[in-house]
Every structure is written in C-alpha cells, then in structure tokens.
Design a protein around this ligand. Structure first.
Ligand code: FMN
Length: 263
C-alpha cells in the first residue's frame, strides 16, 4: 500500500513524529510504503486569486510550480495522511496554501478511490476545529475520511501518562486507517448525497457556471439526470429522493437568480 503524507508543519517536530509512529504501527500490520511530502520544501506558490483554475481549468494556473506533481502524487497513493499543527486555532499557513491551490478540486472532485487519515497536534486548543475543517475539505475533494486523530502535546514537558494516551490514539488511528485501505468505499451519507445534488445545480448551467466546472461535470456524466452520485455506488433510496427534491427546490431558486441577472 502506498501512503502519501502531506506534512503541514514547517519542522520535523510533534506532527512529524506522530505520523512516523503511525507509519511504524502500520508497517507492523503489512506491506506499507510511506512517502513524506514536506510542504516546507516544495515549490508551491500562494494562490493569487486570479480564478483561472476555477474558470478555465487548472492547466491555466499562472504558476508553473509543483502543484501538478503534487496532485499526481495524491493520485498515485492508496491513502493520504493530511497532517498539520494547530496554528492560532487553524491549520498552518503551509497547509492552507496547499488547500487553496487545490480549491478547484472542491468544484471538480476526483479522489473517490482514496482514503484519508487526518492528524493534528496542538499545545492545548483547536484540534476539533482543525480536524473538522480538514474533514470537510478533503471530503469535498472526494476522499473518504477513515479517521481523524488529534494529539495534545504540551509545549514544555509531556507526562508519561499523556504520552501513553497519545500513543494509544496513534495506534488506533493506524489500525483503523490500515483496515479501511483494505475495504471498499462506504455508501454515501445523506450530507454527501445532498452535496452531489447541490453541486449539480451549481455546475449545470453553461453561461452561468464556470466553463471548466460545467465541462468537467458533463464529461463525468454527472449532469445526466439518472446519475445518483459521483461514483457508481449504492445510494440509500431515501437519501436519493431527498437529494432529488432538494435539487429541484434549489434549481428553482437558481433559475430565478439567473433570470434576475439576465443570464
Ligand atoms: C504560530 C503558532 C501558533 C500556534 N497556535 C496554537 C493554538 O492556537 N492552539 C494550541 O493549542 N497550540 C498552538 N500552537 C502550538 C502547536 O500547535 C503545537 O506545539 C504543535 O504540536 C506543533 O507542531 P510541530 O511540532 O509539528 O510544529 C501554536 C504554535 C505556533 C508555532
């Protein structure tokens, strides 16, 4: 199994050591190969907000840096670990730059065959907020989040009890992630089904929606009214009905808005 680690800490500190422990635990289970992508060392510029990737497609990004290599690395892995320290109640700036540069994937999701493990460390506060944020983002990219693990690592000295507690959390995370990699994707929950239908309304209007989004959704066959979800997977029939009804309501609202704008 190939695991890619997206490391959002600017140093090989608590977050890096935690992922290293996950690697050790997973290697004791089977044949697992880890690759560390240290965001501090990659050539990835800050998004400058030109919208070229969203409107025209990612190939139109003015930066000729390592973004496509990084995306390719995510495609080549079976699972991705997204790891960041908490910085002022949020992800690190390195992680945020990474997320911003791949924001087009929120509109044109593609990682449905991948599993994700989310990991964050803090001195005391902010873990839930950061892990919830990461879960939402990589979920919109198509990843199935297998597990989230947050560790409090006190700034000065860590007690033996706390260290044992953290090790147990890491061992559990490694086991859950490893097992999830052996399994097929779960059937989507209601929120995911609703996200599909809401996105379909947004991206199905040529002339109103971004051309790259419309082209992508059309090419994927997601604009076909028969499509129930991004991938061919069983969808709970009740969720399907709720999704379709919600889509109709939103469609009406969107058409009204378009008429007002004269598009
Ligand atoms: C700029 C900065 C901001 C931080 N903000 C928070 C915070 O909001 N909440 C918290 O509990 N810890 C905060 N910390 C502590 C780190 O999250 C914590 O030490 C983390 O384990 C560092 O990970 P690292 O060793 O991988 O860099 C902050 C540290 C730095 C350097």
């Amino acid at each position: 199994m190939k695991i890619l680690v997206i490391m959002g800490s600017p140093r090989e500190g608590n977050t890096y050591r935690a992922v290293k422990k996950i690697e050790e635990f997973m290697q004791s289970k089977g044949d697992v190969e880890f690759e560390y992508l240290m965001l501090k060392d990659v050539n990835l510029s800050q998004c400058r907000g030109c919208y070229a990737c969203i409107m025209e497609g990612e190939d139109h990004c003015p930066f000729k840096d390592e973004s496509s290599v990084i995306e390719q690395k995510m495609h080549s892995a079976d699972g991705v670990v997204f790891a960041t320290p908490v910085y002022v109640m949020n992800v690190s700036a390195l992680m945020k730059t990474f997320i911003d540069r791949f924001s087009y994937i929120c509109h044109r999701p593609r990682f449905f065959d991948k599993k994700a493990l989310l990991l964050s460390t803090s001195a005391s506060l902010g873990l839930k907020r950061v892990l919830d944020y990461l879960k939402f983002i990589v979920g919109t990219w198509g990843f199935e989040v297998s597990h989230s693990v947050g560790l409090v690592v006190p700034a000065r000295q860590i007690s033996m009890k706390k260290e044992q507690e953290n090790n147990q959390k890491l061992e559990k995370a490694a086991l859950v992630f490893y097992n999830s990699l052996l399994k097929k994707r779960h059937s989507p929950g209601l929120i995911n089904v609703l996200a599909f239908h809401f996105q379909r309304v947004s991206f199905s209007k040529p002339g109103y929606t971004a051309p790259a989004d419309y082209a992508y959704w059309k090419e994927k066959g997601w604009l076909n009214p028969k499509a129930k979800y991004y991938v061919d997977i069983s969808v709970n029939p009740v969720y399907n009905v709720i999704g379709r009804l919600s889509e109709k309501i939103m469609e009406r609202k969107t058409l009204k808005e378009m008429a007002e704008l004269g598009s």
